[in-house]
Write a protein that binds this ligand. Sequence first.
Ligand SMILES: [Zn+2]
Length: 389
Amino acid sequence: MVFFLIVDKKATEKINKTVVSKIMPISEITTLGTHNQLLDQQIGSIEKKKSFAKIQLPDQRIESMKKKKSPPNCIFCKKKLDVVILKNISSNGNSYNIHECDQCEIAMLNPFPSDTELAKLYSTGNYRITNGKRFGHIIETLIHLGRIRKRKRINKFVKPGKILDIGCGRGLFLDVMRRGGWDTIGTEFNEETASHAINTYGLKILPGDIAQHKLPAESLDAININQVLEHLKNPDKVLEENHRLLRKGGILIISVPDLRSPQFAIGKKNWAYLDLPFHLFHFTEEGLSELLKKNEFKVKYIKRFSLEMGPFGWLQTLLNISGIRFNLLYDLLKSRELKDGTMETISPWGIIATFLLLPIYFPLAMILSVLEPLIWKRGGSIEIYAEKK
Ligand SMILES: [Zn+2]
């Protein structure tokens, strides 16, 4: 709507000088679109009405008009995404909406960041690591034990063979898999992170997008995409390429946050795993299962409880709801090096409030994360095992 006002420079200037809303709602004028003649007539008649005082539109109003986000099209089914589930969420100095496709049951970020914006986002903050440690020693150990449990789960579906980890990060998972007899390969966008995985574990890591490397068809037994698919611009293309790379009967393991989880239903914009604007897509269990089926995968198992993701997701969401700075606890748990640059924005009151609320919220988060899969059959983050048909 506003688009038309902006393109039609002459008309915009006239409207900006006149209090149009007193005569007719802005929405009615914007529906005139590019019908310049009609628009001029309307503005002309407005200007002729001497009884209406000419007042400047407040700058704020003009700014908010310009910022209105037109609905994007679903990248999967191309339908216009009129359903807005979250509006005007501020992050990294921008304002974002989340639009959901009721047909695909997958939501997407609007506006969608450009390649340049994405490169800038990933060059700083949460997603940059140089020394390879993201958290303190205890959490790192728990993460390591979680990876070993995951290897056991994967081995139930497929015998050790060749595994690809898309967005392998520091290489923790691949290192664990290799120790269990797997032949490993990874991809990682962040050069610093990739070189850590190469230098520390001697892993084979490919840069950039998996599709650009043209690996041989049906050459893999398993592919892992852990908390990465929601960051990628083209999840559909990635699944298509995964299907080509896996042998028949090979397993694809995808972990994503679930937009249908009680964590999101209660937290909404305070949900710990919303992670705007890094999460370009927000999957649901149904939406991702359907997308896998479309790409000729058979869903074998869905894991809805995660010790790594469940209790922390609830705890952080509850703290966010309480009005403490978004994901403050997560930032406090990060390694010293990662904290640099983010800590100066934190008030001591936020830290005090976090520690006062922990004795209540921690047990509550544990209970909720057990009830979430048990009663509601959902998980803050789900892990889907799908077999190539
Ligand atoms: Zn769709």
